[in-house]
Write a protein that binds this ligand. Structure first.
Ligand code: SAM
Length: 303
């Protein structure tokens, strides 16, 4: 017996001759998931088990629900490395290159904002606001990866979907996702965008930046990896709300709808931007699934 066999656990003997040959015991995926969950919990990752499972599913090229088939098989190569990088609070979406949003998956990575689950309700509301009949037109302002635009294009028929984004670093992600999901990408500022569509749009939807300048996001994933241009919006966090209000009022046909996400402390101030402009009726604020003020909807005055 070699010395290492006496002192090493996690090794077993293989081979049929008199000599004992040592090789590492491969942990099962079930075991690796348990230790990954503990590691990610200790690093403050908010959803440690889900993230560990999504990283494993990514390596195994399967869906998370299909992981049960692999639980008693050896852990896939590269799993521990991905878990270690997630424990450094690199966003899950940057490690897999994919963000799931409603029914679509989007290519994401450095330079573009990772779509959030709370925005899924904003996209849903925009779909509900579409007129029931005929071809219609939607504009997603401050589009980032194009998550809202992509889900609307995927979940509806006969809808022409445009997405507007200013940041050149986000541009390639938006253009790629537009090709994949069948919407039109425009690299432009919200201010003055799409003049050819003025007065013809049925629904304008947006998840603009809304954090007041000077605030520091709590989560390291946000503070270190989301582009600042996607987060900050003037001293009160409402600079982009005003830009979106003006652009929506210019783009929408009379009676068309605007749906805009805002911060959970802006449930009074964000709708006020719309009520004060005089261009809107039916200004209503809505909560997210956690019951926090999250987005507003309003209708362009005139029927
Ligand atoms: C909070 S992110 C939202 C991205 C995407 N809508 C989503 O929900 O995943 C805001 C986006 O607005 C873009 N943006 C900021 N100012 C803009 C402007 N003036 N015109 C167009 N896009 C802008 C940022 O670059 C960023 O991609």
């Amino acid at each position: 017996m070699t010395q290492s066999a006496a002192i090493t656990t996690g090794l077993h003997s293989v081979g049929g001759s008199g000599d004992v040959v040592l090789s590492p015991v491969r942990r099962t995926l079930a075991e690796a998931l348990r230790s990954a969950e503990a590691h990610l919990t200790a690093s403050g990752v908010p959803s440690p088990r889900v993230d560990a499972e999504l990283l494993a599913a990514h390596l195994l090229r399967t869906e998370r629900v299909g992981l049960w088939q692999y639980l008693q098989r050896p852990v896939p190569d590269g799993f521990d490395d991905l878990v270690a990088r997630r424990a450094e609070r690199i966003p899950l979406q940057h490690l897999t290159g994919i963000a799931f949003f409603r029914t679509v998956s989007l290519a994401v990575g450095p330079g573009v904002f990772s779509p959030r689950p709370e925005t899924e309700l904003v996209a849903e509301r925009a779909i509900e606001c579409l007129p029931g009949q005929g071809t219609c037109r939607v504009v997603d302002l401050c589009a980032g990866s194009g998550a809202i635009a992509a889900s609307i294009a995927a979940e509806t028929q006969g809808v022409e979907v445009h997405a507007v984004e200013r940041d050149p670093a986000a541009g390639p992600w938006l253009v790629h996702n537009a090709r994949q999901h069948g919407f039109l990408a425009h690299l432009s500022d919200v201010e003055g965008c799409l003049p050819e569509l003025a007065g013809t749009v049925d629904v304008v939807v947006a998840n603009p930046p809304y954090i007041p300048e000077g605030c520091v996001p709590r989560d390291p994933e946000v503070a270190r990896f989301d582009p600042p241009a996607a987060l900050y919006s003037g001293p009160d966090g409402l600079h982009h709300m005003r830009l979106v209000e003006r652009a929506a009022s210019r783009l929408l046909r009379r009676g068309g709808w605007v749906v805009v996400e805002h911060g959970d402390l802006q449930g009074q101030l964000a709708p006020q931007v719309f009520t004060e402009s005089g261009a809107w009726v039916d200004v209503v604020d809505h909560v997210d699934l956690a019951g926090r003020d999250r987005y507003l909807s309003a209708r362009r005055a005139g029927s």
